[in-house]
Structures are given as structure tokens and as C-alpha cells.
Design a protein around this ligand. Structure first.
Ligand SMILES: Nc1ncnc2c1ncn2[C@@H]1O[C@H](COP(=O)(O)OP(=O)(O)OP(=O)(O)O)[C@@H](O)[C@H]1O
Ligand SMILES: [Mg+2]
Length: 306
């Protein structure tokens, strides 16, 4: 495993009497895209605010490149780049001027570096235009360029695809992946959309009510869930039930005349033809949600905001 660039050590946050973040404890490694997934109000933005130093922790610590945020704030935070709310920009200045202006607030940022980040986010053709005329996606890119100027080891983006169209989302996904693989940056992105996270991230941590309830690689998560839940309406029901148990080697549940079982997608045609072969009459067959979605919804609870 590569170097842990950021370590959360029992990070907690209490505001008033409410414990909003409860003992978060995990590492982020260089070159990985880490997805912070959770429903509205789960605590993603609050955690990110602590990671980028915009908010103090109530308990615990965050270690960035070996430096404690609590004890060595400057040394720790200089390795982090982030966009939490909308990036601050001057609409009357060009994208380029905005970056130059911003770079003056940091030590040792060369013109070459500014060119480099502009290229990295693919804004080279529009960088001379006024930022006020940028689309949302272009503003996002300029924000990321700005966050990358000082070559951070960790880039943190709170809901980077919010408000973008599908092609904008695809593009942002591509350059986040590029940043991680080519620049070795650890990228942390938050979202409440599972499918988006699956495509962008190497690992996903699920947060609910301020607690980390699951953390795993996307590869593992997808492998676990190759099986689909399938519902079938067929007669005779008893014969179908027995046949399905034989074919799948697993349990089959029955609700009235609908039988539900789990099987990998590739095996569905085989199951159907075996049933037909046994003289079963099939009236309908449906593939339900993938079990990963099920698991995610089970974990976070459907639709409720706390
Ligand atoms: N300054 C504050 N004072 C009191 N409560 C707060 C404050 N900031 C956040 N909270 C509460 O903390 C919880 C977590 O909020 P947070 O913004 O971190 O969630 P989130 O996961 O980013 O949600 P979303 O997906 O809606 O952006 C919420 O219940 C919110 O009301
Ligand atoms: Mg948020």
C-alpha cells in the first residue's frame, strides 16, 4: 500500500449539544481517489471543513504528511488543496488573472506552474476570458486549478459534480482520475450518489449520522454484488420453487405467486431455459436493484434526513 498522506484519528465534532461527527478513524493514501459517500446531513461537508482547516475538531486529530493539524497547523495544511463551497473568483478578471492573483498569496508559484494547472484542468482555450462569463463546469475547473497551484498532496473536493451536466461529470471524473494516477495526488471527493462514486473512486467510505459505517474498495464492492435479485412469476409455483433451489443452490423466497432469488446476470438465461425444460410456464421475470444499491440503502436508511 502506498503512503498514508492523511490520517484521521478519532475525529469528532460537537456543535452545541449535538455530536455531528463521531470518531472518524481512517487513512487516505497517495494516488487514490477516495469517495466520501453519504446522504444529506450525514456530515461530509463538516468533515471536509476540518480536513482543510476551516473548522476546529472537538476531539481527535488529523495527521497530514506526518504533521498534526492540531499542533502543527501550517505545516499540515500546506499539503492540502480544497474547494469546499463555491470557489472564490473575481468575475471581472480573466481566469488567468484570477490564478495569478491567487498565486500571489502563496510562496514560490511560477508562471510555468500556472500554465501547468490550466492545462491539467483543460482550460487552456478559455483562460483569457472573464471568469464571470464561465459556465458552472468551467468555474469548477478554475477552482480546481486554483486548489492545485501549490502542488498539494491531498486535493479535497466537496460534491465536485454538483450541478454539472452528464458530459461535465464525465470530464471531471476523467481529470480527477488523471490527477491521482499521473500526479500521485490523493483526491477526496464527496457525493450522495453511489453510481457516480463507483465510476470515479478507488475506495468508498460511507458516512451516516456522523459515523463511518463502511469502507471498502470499489472493486470488492462490485465483486460482492455481481449477483442480481431476480423475481419470477411462474406456474406451478411449487415446481418452480424446487427447480430454482436446485439450479441456484440457494434459498428462494416466496411472496404470493412471486418467487425471488439471487443469481449472476450471465446465468439468468440458463436458469430460464432450465425452468422451461421442466415444463414451467413463465409469466414474468424481473431483475431488481443490484445488491450494492440495496446494501447502500440499507446502510444509510432510505430517504430519511436526520
Ligand atoms: N454550524 C453548524 N451548526 C449546527 N449544526 C451544523 C452546523 N454545520 C452542520 N451542522 C449539522 O451537521 C450535520 C452534518 O452537516 P453536513 O453539512 O456536514 O452534511 P453533509 O453530509 O455535507 O450533507 P449534504 O449532502 O446535504 O451536503 C447536519 O445535521 C447539519 O445540520
Ligand atoms: Mg455537504
Amino acid at each position: 500500500m502506498s503512503e498514508a498522506v492523511m490520517q484521521l484519528k478519532n475525529v469528532s465534532k460537537t456543535i452545541g449539544k449535538k455530536e455531528i461527527i463521531k470518531g472518524l478513524d481512517f487513512n487516505i493514501y497517495s494516488g487514490e481517489v477516495f469517495g466520501f459517500l453519504g446522504p444529506n446531513g450525514a456530515g461530509k461537508t463538516t468533515t471536509i471543513r476540518m480536513m482543510v482547516g476551516l473548522m476546529k475538531m472537538s476531539d481527535g486529530d488529523i495527521i497530514i504528511k506526518g504533521h498534526s493539524v492540531n499542533e502543527d497547523f501550517k505545516q499540515a495544511i500546506c499539503h492540502v488543496g480544497g474547494i469546499v463551497e463555491n470557489p472564490e473568483m473575481y468575475p471581472f478578471m480573466s481566469g488567468w488573472k484570477n490564478l495569478v492573483h491567487y498565486s500571489r498569496m502563496m510562496p514560490d508559484i511560477t508562471k510555468e506552474r500556472i500554465h501547468e494547472v490550466v492545462q491539467l484542468v483543460g482550460l487552456e482555450n478559455r483562460i483569457k476570458e472573464k471568469a464571470g462569463k464561465y459556465s458552472l463546469g468551467m468555474r469548477q475547473r478554475l477552482g480546481i486549478a486554483q486548489a492545485l497551484l501549490h502542488k498539494p498532496s491531498v486535493l479535497i473536493l466537496d460534491e465536485p459534480t454538483n450541478g454539472l451536466d452528464p458530459s461535465g461529470i464525465r470530464e471531471i471524473r476523467a481529470y480527477i482520475r488523471k490527477l491521482a494516477s499521473e500526479e500521485g495526488v490523493a483526491v477526496i471527493v464527496s457525493s450522495h450518489i453511489l453510481s457516480e462514486m463507483e465510476m470515479m473512486c478507488d475506495r468508498i467510505g460511507i458516512i451516516k449520522s456522523g459515523e463511518l459505517i463502511s469502507i471498502q474498495t470499489v472493486q470488492d464492492a462490485l465483486q460482492e454484488t455481481e449477483e442480481k435479485e431476480v423475481s419470477i412469476e411462474a406456474v406451478p409455483v411449487d415446481v418452480t420453487m424446487t427447480a430454482l433451489k436446485d439450479i441456484t443452490g440457494k434459498s428462494v423466497t416466496r411472496e404470493q405467486d412471486i418467487l425471488t432469488f439471487a443469481v449472476e446476470r450471465e446465468k439468468i438465461p440458463g436458469v430460464v431455459s432450465k425452468l422451461v425444460h421442466k415444463g414451467v410456464h413463465i409469466y414474468s421475470i424481473n431483475v431488481n436493484r443490484s445488491t450494492l444499491e440495496d446494501k447502500f440503502l440499507d446502510l444509510i436508511g432510505e430517504g430519511s434526513i436526520e
